[in-house]
Design a protein around this ligand. Sequence first.
Ligand code: GCV
Length: 724
Amino acid sequence: MTRQLILAITLIVLLFTTRLFAEDGYRLWLRYDKIDNPALLIQYKKIIQSVSVKGNSPTINVIRQELKNGLTGLLGDEIKFADTETASVIFIKVTSPTLGAEGFSIGSNTVSGKTTIIIKANTDKGLLYGCFYFLRLLQMQQSLDNFSIISAPEIKLRLLDHWDNLNRSVERGYAGISIWNWHTLPDYIDQRYIDYARANASIGINGTVLTNVNANALVLTSMYLNKVAALANTFRPYGIKVYLTARFSSPIEIGGLKTADPIDPSVQQWWKVKAKEIYKLIPDFGGFLVKANSEGQPGPQNYNRTHADGANMLADAVAPYGGIIMWRAFVYDVRVQKATEDYGADVVDKNAVPIASADRFKQAYEQFKPLDGQFRKNVLVQVKNGPIDFQPREPFSPLFGAMQQTPLMMEFQLTQEYLGQGTNLVFEAPLFKEVLNTDTYTKGKGSVVAKIVDGSLYTHDISGMAAVSNIGNDRNWTGNLFGQANWYTLGRLAWNGNISSEQIADEWIRQTFSNSKIFVDDIKELMLNSREAMVNYMTPLGLHHIMANGHHYGPAPWSDNLPRADWNPVYYHRADAAGIGFDRTATGSNALAQYAPEVRRLYENVNTCDEKFLLWFHHVSWTHKMRSGRTLWDELCNKYNDGVLGVRKMQNTWNKFENMVDKERFEQVKMLLSIQEKEAVWWRNACLLYFQTFSKMEIPTAIEKPDRTLEYYKSLKFPYAPGN
Ligand code: GCV
């Protein structure tokens, strides 16, 4: 073969593969394609002629690189760097009390027809955030005429929590395996690590917990710490700190001690030495996230100590270096379970007596509220948004507002463990906003959850919002392309809790797909309605926790065979001949008493309770008259059916845009929506057929009849469902 022929073939292959991978979703919302509006492009080019970024710290170098890629891509010409005196886009370090350590200002000024854009910040990191904001403005095709913005984050710790294991499996992960390739670290730095850091920095995320809360002590051994340090070095220029999960029994498992008792001086010393070792390798190490005495994880209660004793011991170890401890409040009563002797496995004590009267809803509050005021200053208690476990809709956790002396960190879940997993398109911003906007009334009207989380209501210096990551090594990062929007949401909401779901969707669509008005409007509507559709086809009217055991994929409201009563769906829906739902009023578990009186009053009366939460708080008769005038049974049937119709509407909307989305992404979303439709039908049919065995009422004629039997749905098994 001649050299020319080889060259030609290589070129063809290159062209082909470039096209093949051109729009596979890898670039997330940082696509930087050339502006497709010719008039605007001319304007932008006129304004943005050269850029000035002084200095050469690693972060400043990152800014230059991002501007080079971003502006060259968006404008179509190589961007020039120039002096402050001549450049038209100028990054400047200033000293400004309003901007803090991470904020920035950005504005444009036109004098005698020449526009200058100035980005100011106190720190390199602030400039980096300003750089990404500027690039976002361009990607969203916004005007650069005379604008002025000051932006600083409301929440200090804005974190992704990876439930990634050292063997690269991801607990509740639906996007491939872990992006951390522990085997090739520390020497091999995958480009993905850098692109991960860029994506996070672009939305203000400033920390990452690399490992699963069901923790493996090995990550604290020196071999792994060197790998962690390599990731920390990669992320540092992007303003991202690394954190690890700490297995409470590590002093025994890797330290050779006989105990992990937090009051034992040798244990305290072990953690202090470990912290010293970590900080020597990673001077800006963020700290530890801990799941203790929960679902079989070891913790201080193994030694009759409290969560505060455990958290404080670790807090003391990292305090000299500025580290923090995030101690999870996701606990439920340990009296029905115990850890094995060597703490090596999650074991449920099958002989333990379930506490019949206990309500899992109440248990985190019961264990943590009495500890308020006992935690060290560098401890945050990390609370899931609702009292049970990331359900499609939950009331807010009663701990928010109840622990006023302790900074409470929000834990959301991006990965869709209970929200249709990898196949369902569910935009989570409305879910997160619903919780953040809810009034706890703990300090009078207006005591919304957002103000507790950002530390403003009870005046805490540290504040945090974390979300369980939905990222894996799938080419498009999140498996379902629209999962990227949920990652985007975490960053934007942690930066600014007031930003609306509409705005988040708008920004994401414009950067990820297109600025076309019709596309943006329709896809925004699709996204904004997706969460309610999912609530309807899975758990309408306040049903919760009725999914299959273990992998949690699909419906199984009939399930009643798990060793803990409160792991079983029947425990939560309590359907019987009289009705359905969990009575959490004073006549039942009285969980409502954990809320402020104003909140309790909103929910305690079956006739006035917000119907979205009805079955969370009441056992309601099948013939109860709903606000629509229907019986509860008819309403339930209608809601389930509305959910299915909602998904079909999403399909119709998406299908309209075949010509406006590249083939690869269009087809992927289309195929997943079609799976989602089937799954919605499955949820509706299985749940209605099962609940009908109690209600003994007909499914209204206007609603599609289930085409399979209940036995069929009960027989479905998915031994290899992902994420388990
Ligand atoms: C990491 C739920 C999930 C578990 C998860 C746990 C937690 O129970 O199913 O996979 O464990 O929450 O948040 O700790």
